[in-house]
Write a protein that binds this ligand. Structure first.
Ligand SMILES: [Fe+2]
Ligand SMILES: [Zn+2]
Length: 427
């Protein structure tokens, strides 16, 4: 039987104690406690060469052992922390187990033998956990690294501020000069900071051309190529089969809900307008969803649980996605995405007809919050102002307009704009 025993204090050091399974397949050189074991300490330094001897390579971990959690209890600053031993071993960051040039694993857990995950001894000193494994390998994990990686935590230095129309009117949104975004990282940092906090970023004094809009967008990330191409430009000419190409009012929605990974950011630049109206509607979808979570937890859960279809159909294109209206982080419960577009929603086929009533009620509750006037924020975009909207959080729309209005823009991929924010230290 395989069982993990609690660790014991021994000679001032935390020692590992456990029932060992008969080492049926172990070679003599890797038996527990063998004096022939190499005693290399595998460190994080990239110039350390680890020479540990691995157990018989063709001996995989027994399935039974995999299914039983084998937990190492270790103490740090008088607190006990539990670690699964497979998790620890597969995350050894020594030069042998991990390629620091490519930031990828060398050793894969499904090729481990039992002795890779049997702990002979562990110590917690000098800010690091050191583990000596039954195959002779020694791993060292800085506690800071362990605590940061065992739980998603909430380490983001930038906190979201949820808003309604009044709140955002009281905020002086940061209009970053175009030249500051193009020249150097400071303008880009301001733009991304505003996007992370409010879900909206603004640039002013941009040349009123598609090329300048593209140049600003590409400071954030490469452009997401969709069925609309890379950069798009539209007027009310119904050039595409989408209501965006008309002059009627558009209710609040998010874009590209029919993609399994909706566009991360939508970029808008009103290049010219000689008529009235055409104000941009912005609405914080996370603020609305959090209100729903507060007043009707069950409705919120239904919108998280059920994956439903959205689609885009046009000659030569038929794109369908299947995902929930609200997506939350699996551990923290924090909202990650709102996918909200009644225009593009397909017939719901993933919920039994008998259960649809409850689902529609939940969707209606969310829509009722979204449709409240106090949620809305209207912004008149002047030529030279480029608007960046976090399409996973902030809904957009437009009031009806007269005259000729020319707007250009593009989409930016989620992973890459968030990645840029991470690189410049905002996440
Ligand atoms: Fe849209
Ligand atoms: Zn290692």
């Amino acid at each position: 039987m395989l069982r993990r025993l609690a660790s014991q204090m021994f000679c001032g050091r935390v020692q590992w104690g456990r029932l060992h399974m008969p080492a049926l397949f172990h070679t003599a050189s890797i038996k527990h406690g063998s004096t022939a074991l190499p005693s290399h300490i595998a460190r994080y330094s990239s110039n350390f060469t680890c020479q540990s001897i691995y157990a018989t390579q063709n001996q995989a971990i027994h399935q039974e052992k995999l299914q039983q959690a084998t937990i190492l209890e270790a103490y740090h600053l008088h607190q006990s922390h539990s670690f699964d031993t497979i998790w620890l071993r597969e995350n050894c960051r020594c030069d042998s187990c991990y390629n620091h040039a490519t930031n990828q694993r060398n050793e894969l857990f499904h090729e481990f033998s039992d002795t890779h995950i049997d702990v002979v001894q562990h110590t917690s000193e000098d800010g690091a956990l050191r583990v000596r494994w039954a195959d002779g390998h020694v791993s060292e994990y800085p506690w800071q690294w362990l605590l940061r990686n065992k739980h998603p935590g909430d380490t983001s230095p930038v906190e979201k501020i949820l808003w309604d129309g009044n709140d955002i009117c009281g905020v002086s949104l940061d209009f970053v000069p175009f030249s500051d975004v193009i020249n150097g990282d400071d303008g880009l940092r301001r733009l991304l900071h505003s996007l992370l906090v409010y879900g909206v970023g603004l640039i002013e004094n941009a040349p009123t051309t598609l090329e300048a809009t593209q140049e600003a967008a590409e400071k954030v990330s490469f452009i997401q190529h969709t069925l609309f191409g890379k950069m798009w430009q539209f007027t009310a000419d119904l050039a595409r089969g989408d209501t965006a190409y008309t002059n009627i009012a558009l209710g609040a929605h998010t874009d590209t809900t029919y993609l399994s990974q909706p566009a991360g950011i939508q970029v808008f630049h009103c290049l010219s307008h000689d008529g009235e109206g055409g104000e941009t509607l912005l609405l914080d979808g996370f603020h609305a969803a959090e209100q729903l979570r507060r007043v009707d937890k069950e409705a919120f859960s239904l919108l998280c649980e059920h994956r439903i279809n959205h689609e885009y159909i046009e000659a030569g294109h038929h794109v369908v996605s299947l995902d929930p209206v609200l997506k939350v982080h699996p551990v923290t419960g924090e909202l990650e995405m709102i996918r909200y577009n009644h225009y593009d929603r397909s017939p719901i086929s993933t919920i039994p007809q008998e259960a649809l009533g409850k689902y529609y009620a939940a969707l209606k509750s969310l829509s009722s919050i979204i449709n409240k006037k106090e949620q809305e924020f209207f912004l008149k975009l002047r030529p030279g102002n480029i608007l960046f909207v976090d399409n996973w959080r902030v809904l957009h729309g437009r009031s009806a307009y007269t005259g000729n209005r020319s707007v250009c823009g593009c989409y930016l991929p989620r992973d890459d704009w968030i990645g840029k924010a991470r690189i410049i230290g905002l996440l």
